[in-house]
Design a protein around this ligand. Structure first.
Ligand SMILES: [Zn+2]
Length: 88
């Protein structure tokens, strides 16, 4: 574990230069559906727009559904990875 220890210690000691220089692009994982009519609320096929709560961006139903699917997929993958790590 000596190798990993030194690796993590070095990583924590030096500030990542490229990360502070580049503005991270919002992955839009916090998109929430919006409905024009309150009566349509909850009906995914009648969503008027999606709004990202992280960056405030708004997207069409097609775009928003894509971000929701991507976020769900990302969550599923990380969940699988966690279970795999726990198994070992
Ligand atoms: Zn966003």
């Amino acid at each position: 574990m000596g190798f990993l220890d030194s690796l993590f210690r070095r990583k924590g000691a030096t500030a990542p230069v490229e990360e502070s220089a580049v503005t991270p692009e919002c992955p839009h994982t916090a998109v929430t559906p919006r409905w024009d009519s309150a009566a349509d609320m909850g009906k995914t096929d009648l969503v008027s727009a999606y709004v990202c709560e992280a960056c405030g961006g708004s997207f069409s139903r097609e775009e928003g559904a894509g971000f929701v699917a991507a976020a769900t997929e990302r969550l599923r993958i990380s969940e699988e990875g966690r279970q795999e790590r726990m198994g070992h």
